[in-house]
Design a binder for this molecule. Sequence first.
Ligand SMILES: *Cc1c(COP(=O)(O)O)cnc(C)c1O
Length: 488
Amino acid sequence: MNENTPESGLSLDPDNWGDIRKLGHRMVDDMIDYLASTRDRPVWQKMPDDIRSSFHEPLPQISNNPAEVYEDFRRRILPYAVGNTHPRFMGWVHGGGNVIGMLAELLAAGLNANLGGRDQAPIEVERQVIRWVAEMLGFPKDASGVLVTGTSLANLIGVVVARTHALGSHVRQDGLQAARLTAYTSRMAHGCIAKAMDVVGLGTEALRMIPCDASHRIDLPALAAAVARDRASGAMPFLVVGNAGTVDAGAVDDLAALAAFCRAQGLWFHVDGAFGAMAMLAPSLRPLLSGIELADSVGLDFHKWMQVPYDAGCIIVRDAATHLAAFAAPAHYLGREARGLAAGSPWPCDLGTDLSRGFRALKVWMTIQVYGTARLGEVVARSCALARELAARVDDEPALERLAPVAMNIVCFRYRAASVNLDRLNADIVADLQEMGIAAPSTTVIDGCVAIRAALFNHRTLPQDIHALVDAVLTRGRARTEEPGTAS
Ligand SMILES: *Cc1c(COP(=O)(O)O)cnc(C)c1O
């Protein structure tokens, strides 16, 4: 093996490559075992206080043996993750990850590619992923896009592109001046839209939260009225954010109607498709999203319903020139070399806020290639079938009450009992299930009621897991209402 020689100086490469190879193989073996045995573990366990406080060690000055640091990972980190690889993790909106994606992360880190720009194969991989997204959504072949951490940032970029489109690119130098831009989305929209309005300097008050119908879809007459009201008051409506899968109940707005409204009104139409856009992979679900192909831009995540390991989201913009105009510094991208490493403009750094960026495209590219969109679409369709099965079971159980329609893969329900505070009871049931490691739903508030929310995203979830969730909810509900002593 290559021993460190005086010439190798201060390199961080190991003295003995054989040792690190052995350790690397062990890490790969252990993580494959970890994924293979996910079902056998509790979904989650609370980190003990002594382990939590052990993370206060000071900045290490001297070298440590990599094998010991790895042992430390196994002891202090591995057992206390959130558990979203587990088939009974049903909380929030979390993807389950996949083993090819995990291995792709190893390859990407080995290359240590910086995808800000330059003439390199990894950027071609990212461009291909963007073309695949365009194909999946029914966007033009030459749509522009860039991978980002997640849909929060994708939506932020969407707001910036819409703003620049509305005001012209001089807004990038002059700022908003007196322009009173207003945007519209439904009350069910994710909080990151308001945050984007805040960050961009438009203010959250300029985001009109439009009421929804009984199916949690944006109320179109209310939207039209709000836009008219704002125009009459001298504001400048510029953007509608449609929801393809709301975070509470998975509702999908009437995207075709929103697209038509936006076209008639000259408004930018952005779709938050964080998880719902992946329904395009399932032929049975695709009609739900009809109209998404008409959007000006879409934000979506690979790390949720497509099961790519965190983090991997994407913004795609129909008109490439408009996207570029919002972020590129023309002096930079026009001034780049036509040959050598500095060729290949525009670069990903011209399409968003990051300059240095990792090779997150690789895990997306490998996941899509290895499983294919047919199988990934079946995973999506099965999540929806499981949600229907769960909803049917909830509807059959007298002690349970469903609180929202099931549009796709999210079921909101609660345990009912006489003369107790149902909000407290249902929040306690969810915390019990999480702490017992049986299942991990989360809570949400639907029409003012605390709901147990089961969001079915994990490709490992089976019908038995759905029934285990319901059984555990019933057991805890009874225990908490029938034996006062246990209801702490
Ligand atoms: C998860 C989610 C987001 C935020 O996406 P991140 O990837 O977490 O940044 C936005 N909108 C919806 C509907 C979501 O489900």
